[in-house]
Design a protein around this ligand. Structure first.
Ligand code: PLP
Length: 439
């Protein structure tokens, strides 16, 4: 079993994270429970920043808060000196509530509403990543109305197919995101932006996909964009100060995954950007990246209590946990794979394979298939690793199941940072029926 960060087996023979016994955490906060290893998040954040510093490259490392957004999380991101990527009014509102420095917030999205763009302008955020012509026009009109200038990046789709699942692949030509780099769209967007006295084009953005294990896709995308920049330098006398290469750095969910270190991802990409800009006799732009999963994914563990079981003789054994696709939809959504152990007796001899079912009314609500475990009993605590990214942030109330709480653990202490939803929370927005039938 591969342990991330501070996870280890303690003297009681239990799984411990951040110096805190997970069996005690399950007792104190109940299950399901998301547990975040804060020092691992800090280590990852510092790792990315250190690599840029070592290479002497001006940069911003923007945490993609879609991976996991909460007030405490964004405060931690701010403590570590990172910037922030938001993709909705709700993520922006959370950042403001966390007192995140507005000049380090970047706003993404392929269909930002007028209200969202106005919010961004009113808060004077660092930049808006413009995705399409509709948004470009809308933003221009809102800037005129408010008589405000706004820094922007233009998002491009470089025509790169990263090797990952179809649903998390975004850099190919046939994508809902961004201006096409090949067919003249991006030149038109750049021309219109440069003509506007309200839009300050800081540079170009691309994001080629997620859970990517090598740098080939990033390198190809960077090359294509820099070749374009060389053309634009001649055509428009324009050279961007920022090149944002997005996120997507893979992590290790299971043995099958072999990610590079943050250091290797960043240095290999930077070296290529340096080579290519030098080749075209261009100056080196500031490099921004947007890691989400690679900052928080491995830092998160979900604790569940085992409940019922079902034996299908000669086929498989199912055991059910007190959560499922309501707190982790990734296996059902795109066949994501996870590893898990019994947190209360991780060293017991592994006896057979169990398939871990959730409690939602969907046959597809399976968290892990054929997981080797010791003989499992009801009330054992199952710890599923690497649930820190797109777990809580994609959690839902299917079957009106309340969302679990989140605790941060660090230096032997635990801190509740998101409370467990209650049944009252679930009906908080419901209104009674105004019946039209006289009974
Ligand atoms: N940037 C953009 C524009 C994205 O769409 C995403 C993910 O969807 C990310 C960054 C973060 O990706 P990851 O969590 O894989 O690093």
């Amino acid at each position: 079993m591969y342990f991330h960060g501070t996870s280890k087996i303690n003297e009681k023979g239990h799984l411990e994270i951040g110096g805190v016994d997970t069996v005690d955490l399950a007792k104190k906060h109940g299950t399901p429970l998301y547990v975040y290893d804060v020092s691992l998040i800090r280590e990852r954040a510092r790792g990315f920043k250190r690599t840029f510093d070592k290479l002497g490259i001006k940069s911003q490392v923007a945490y993609a808060s879609k991976a996991f957004s909460s007030i405490a999380m964004l405060s931690l991101v701010n403590e570590e000196g990172l910037s922030l990527d938001v993709v909705s009014g709700g993520e922006l509102y959370t950042a403001i509530a966390a007192n995140f420095p507005v000049d380090r917030i970047h706003f993404h999205g392929n269909n930002k509403s007028i209200e969202e763009l106005e919010l961004a302008l009113d808060y004077n955020i660092g930049c808006i990543v413009v995705d399409n012509f509709y948004e470009l026009e809308l933003l221009q009109q809102l800037c005129i109305k408010k008589d405000k200038q706004i820094p922007i990046l233009l998002r491009v789709t470089p025509g790169i197919e990263a090797h990952t699942h179809d649903y998390i692949l975004t850099g190919q030509e046939d994508s809902k995101f961004g201006f096409d780099l090949q067919n003249g769209q991006v030149e038109e967007a750049l021309r219109r932006s440069l003509e506007s006295k309200y839009l300050n084009v800081l540079g170009i953005h691309c994001h080629i996909g997620s859970q990517i294990f090598d740098t080939t896709g990033f390198i190809l995308a960077a090359r294509k964009i820099i070749d374009k920049l060389a053309e634009w330098n001649n055509q428009f006398s324009y050279f961007p100060s920022v090149l944002n290469l997005g996120g997507g750095f893979g992590i290790r969910y299971t043995d099958e995954d072999e990610p590079l270190s943050p250091d290797s991802y960043v240095s290999e990409i930077i070296i290529e950007v340096q080579k290519r800009t030098r080749f075209h006799n261009l100056s080196m732009p500031e490099i921004w990246i947007e890691p989400g999963r690679s900052l928080v994914g491995e830092a998160g563990t979900t604790l569940y209590t085992i409940g019922s079981s079902k034996d299908v003789p000669n086929v498989r054994k199912y055991i059910a946990v007190d959560g499922g696709m309501s707190d982790n939809i990734r296996p059902a959504l795109y066949e994501a794979k996870y590893e898990a152990i019994l947190a209360n007796r991780p060293t017991d001899e592994v006896k057979e394979k169990y398939s871990i079912a959730g409690k939602c009314c969907e046959s597809g609500d399976m968290l892990i298939w054929d997981l080797p475990l010791p003989n499992v009993e009801s009330n054992d605590i199952l710890a599923v690793f690497c649930t820190g990214a797109y777990g809580y942030s994609m959690a839902n109330n299917y079957n009106r199941i309340p969302r679990p709480p989140v605790v941060f653990v660090e230096s032997g202490e635990d801190q509740l940072v998101i409370k467990r939803e209650t049944y009252e929370d679930l009906i908080r927005l419901d209104l009674p029926l105004q019946s039209k039938i006289n009974l």
